[in-house]
Design a protein around this ligand. Sequence first.
Ligand code: ATP
Length: 326
Amino acid sequence: MSAPVLQLDKVCIRYPGAPADAVRGVSFDLRRGETLGLVGESGSGKSTLAAATMGLLPAGTAVQGAIRFEGRALFSEITDQQLRRLRGRRIGTISQDPFTALNPVMRIGTQLDALLHWTHDRPKKDRMARIETMLERVGLSDPKVRMAQYPHQMSGGILQRISIAAAMLAEPTLLIADEPTTALDATTEAQILGIMAEAKATLDGATLFITHDMSVVERLCDRIAVLYAGELVETGTVREVLDAPQHPYTRALLDCDPARITEPTRRLPTIEGTVPPIHKRPDGCIFAPRCPAAIARCHAEAPERHELGPRRSAACHLASPTPVTP
Ligand SMILES: Nc1ncnc2c1ncn2[C@@H]1O[C@H](COP(=O)(O)OP(=O)(O)OP(=O)(O)O)[C@@H](O)[C@H]1O
């Protein structure tokens, strides 16, 4: 069997000057054909993991453990220079804000053509045709007009379509989408999610989809990894985790999902309390202070990762009697 597209093995990340790790001991893998939803509240470490995978952490950030892209470890087997080349070609990215992702003083066509720089020995008309086809695939019926325009001449929704086209142009092996609909209104969000669903179906690779929205995960992802305060608390297939969540934090996230609320309510439920700052993690289980199911042991002893099935685990004392040997 070929190596996973992306594999994280006990990854710890500490920003320069930070008093503690922002990400602690996170392990998961992502295989060809899969879309993994990385979920968690603000500050749980989702963007930090994405930045690490793209080699875009600030200088001086300490990364421990291993991040492997197609079996090769970033930082040791893949140099910074090689990673820069992989970004844009083998690793495509879609960010929260399409305005910052695109160059404001370059026409869209010129920017997209620059992304195909390694094909510049081929006739320009072939490259333009490829760009036009990609723009049509993301639902833009007038690709030639868009290619002649600058980013400021377009709405956020159109720009996000162009960002998706830019990320897909090189047919990447790994597509990383970091909350790609956060900056958009609800109607545009629905359209962009539809385009993302089509994009991932045509991709001969894997997608890492960062979101805090469980209904987006349900719609777009095959697998899910739930992060809390920088730690992986539960993972499995979307059906396994959403149908039978084993970690109380996953259950709480699902209870707060507006799409799942069936009874009329005046206020959306929230999870009591706040995520602890990285340097004030409690003893025992990190979620224990907010956990409605916590027992005395949870406040005293950090749970191990409990294997609940193939590639299915939860870090909770109450999840399973069989701990995984690290
Ligand atoms: N450049 C940085 N320098 C120092 N600490 C940082 C930096 N970026 C993020 N952090 C810290 O790392 C932790 C994880 O943040 P991160 O942005 O990865 O979380 P997130 O889950 O992506 O949140 P959000 O959904 O708000 O983007 C937080 O405690 C955050 O304050």
